[in-house]
Structure formats: structure tokens, C-alpha cells
Design a protein around this ligand. Structure first.
Ligand code: CO
Length: 217
């Protein structure tokens, strides 16, 4: 059997099993989604949001890209963020990186990879910001692991720099922001950083005209 046909076959079985266990499952989800969480994760096939968090369809709104980046010029990310925050009104946003991330690893090298260079540049900026701490570490492996953690932390702070988040914090005191790192070797998620709603952001990034007439974006 062609490998892709296995997926369609699996799907048929999954749908049948799901209805057998819970006859109203699809009816419940058909017309409404009310996820409490927005997940911003890496595209890596080994880090699937629902499986590793034991969540079901309907529970997590998901955005994934190489190395779980929050790039403030990325229309895709910003659209997901705005929709999740303003319409779905998620209570928590989770940026989940993972040790062994190929994107972070590539950003630590000087290899030119084509268009991906432009994406990885954002991770190189994180390295530059934390160069002193990273260079003080003993081994390449430690630097790699720490950069994964620092990258997640910086992406959470990048969320807080957006007017979308600042406006929501002002208007409804949410969502809280979380930075997590998943370990491929044992499947465990380590929380590394958190910004509760209302946390002060660096003054230079703070917008003070976010009322009803304030600018968006
Ligand atoms: Co990755």
C-alpha cells in the first residue's frame, strides 16, 4: 500500500473508533471551537501539540513554524495570534520549543541554507543578545540546550511586545504567556519562562494608546 494511503485508512478507523466511544463527538465540535490554549510550536514532526499534552480536538489552537518563532512581521503568526486572542479569547498562550531543535542548531552554524537564512536570523539575534552567557558554557551541547531555552523566552517576550497582547491584557487581564521546552529523549516538558497577564514590558515596547480608538497591529 502507498504510504500516504495508510493515513487515509488510519483516519477512517480513527473516525469510527471515536464515534464508537463517544457518539456525539463530531456533532459537538462541528459548529463551535472554544479552545483555551494557543500553542506556538516547532514544525518538527516529533513534537505534536495534542499528543504530548494529552489534549483532544477542539482544545488547542495551533500555530507551528521552524523553531517556534514569534516574528513580528510574520503575517501568518500575527493573524493566528489576533484571531486566538480577540475572537477565541484564549486564556493561555504556550510557546513550546524542544531540545535538539534543528532550526536552532542550524542558526548556531555559519552555513548558508538559502531562504531559511532569513528565518534563522531571528535565532542568531537571540544568540547575540545572550552571547556572554552562552559563550561561558563549557560545551557545544550545553550552549545548544541553553539557546533553545533562551529562544523560547525571547519569543514569549516578543508576544508581550505586540499591541495585540498588550491590548488584551488591558481589556480582559489575559492571556497568560508560557515558555516551555520539550525533551525528545523522555517526552517531558520543562516550563522555562512565564509572563502573567499585565506583566510590565520593557518601556520602549509599551503602547499607551490601546483604547478603543488605539491602533492595532
Ligand atoms: Co525544532
Amino acid at each position: 500500500m502507498d504510504t500516504y494511503k495508510r493515513l487515509l485508512n488510519n483516519n477512517k478507523h480513527w473516525a469510527e473508533d471515536t464515534v464508537a466511544r463517544d457518539p456525539d463527538f463530531f456533532k459537538r465540535l462541528e459548529n463551535i471551537q472554544q479552545p483555551e490554549f494557543l500553542w506556538i510550536g516547532c514544525s518538527d514532526s516529533r513534537v505534536p501539540a495534542n499528543e504530548i499534552t494529552g489534549t483532544q480536538p477542539g482544545e488547542v489552537f495551533v500555530h507551528r513554524n521552524i523553531a517556534n518563532m514569534v516574528v513580528h512581521t510574520d503575517l501568518n503568526l500575527l493573524s493566528v495570534l489576533q484571531y486566538a486572542v480577540e475572537y477565541l479569547k484564549v486564556k493561555h498562550i504556550i510557546v513550546c520549543g524542544h531540545y535538539g531543535c534543528g532550526g536552532v542548531k542550524a542558526a548556531m552554524t555559519n552555513n548558508s541554507l538559502g531562504i531559511i537564512n532569513k528565518w534563522l536570523r531571528n535565532i542568531k539575534d537571540v544568540y547575540r543578545l545572550h552571547r556572554r552567557e552562552l559563550n561561558a558554557l563549557e560545551s557545544e551541547q550545553e550552549r545548544f540546550d541553553r539557546l533553545v531555552e533562551l529562544n523560547v523566552t525571547e519569543q514569549v517576550m516578543d508576544l508581550a511586545k505586540t499591541s495585540i497582547i498588550q491590548k488584551a491584557w488591558l481589556e480582559r487581564g489575559g492571556p497568560d504567556l508560557h515558555g516551555w521546552v520539550y525533551r525528545l529523549s523522555d517526552g517531558i516538558i520543562k516550563p522555562v519562562f512565564e509572563m502573567e497577564a499585565g506583566t510590565e514590558v520593557d518601556p520602549i515596547y509599551k503602547f499607551d494608546n490601546l483604547g478603543p480608538a488605539g491602533t492595532k497591529g
